[in-house]
Design a protein around this ligand. Sequence first.
Ligand code: C5P
Length: 232
Amino acid sequence: MRKNESRVIVALDYSGQKQALEFVAKISPEQCKLKIGKELFTRAGPQLVEKLVSQGFDVFLDLKFHDIPNTVKKAVYAAAQLEVWMVNVHAMGGQSMLNAAREGVDMAGNRHPLLIAVSVLTSLKSSDLVQLGISDDLPDFVKRLAGMAINEGLDGLVCSAQEASLLRETFGKAPLLVTPGIRPDWAATDDQHRIMTPKQALQNGSSYLVIGRPITQHENPAEALEMINQSL
Ligand code: C5P
């Protein structure tokens, strides 16, 4: 498999650079992309991102920016300068913020990262929306935010694999759909409830699969990745 072909994004949910690099030494950029989230970034910073990029990995910087438009534009541009492959924002930041995020990415020129939006966090339930004063039901609210992100020129969405088919039906083939909650049938479910196998998720419309513990906690991560890539 050539670099960039894998649909797997490994979630590097480690509390420090040392553990993350020990894991990364066991795998190669041909096998997967890597996701760095808030905890690891807050501990290890841009240096770790640059290190992984220089090793040839495509990095998804999962910092879910959500702020006033000008701040998000600059933050997205700063991410682009780290030469990450993908960066994300919260669609809840509103239309102007999404537009500013797009401008931030475009400022990086030809080698700009993909920009995707989180619609509704999958940890939120219908009752949370009511509490927030939102009258849409959950699927309608997901569609509303997704539509806004797509209209503002974002490349896609983070969503659950369950939502992927609804979003594909509504918005067609173009948006990238990045889905966590993936478990191969040989892996433990951990704390994930609504899970899908990698193959089911792709059939449901996912473009990229975010997978953490089934790979990072496996005794042979390269083999786990290979099994998942082969299953696709
Ligand atoms: O180990 P596991 O495969 O469950 O990791 C999934 C990754 O995707 C974690 O980084 C988690 O924070 C992230 N994620 C998720 N569910 C969401 C959004 C992000 O599991 N709705």
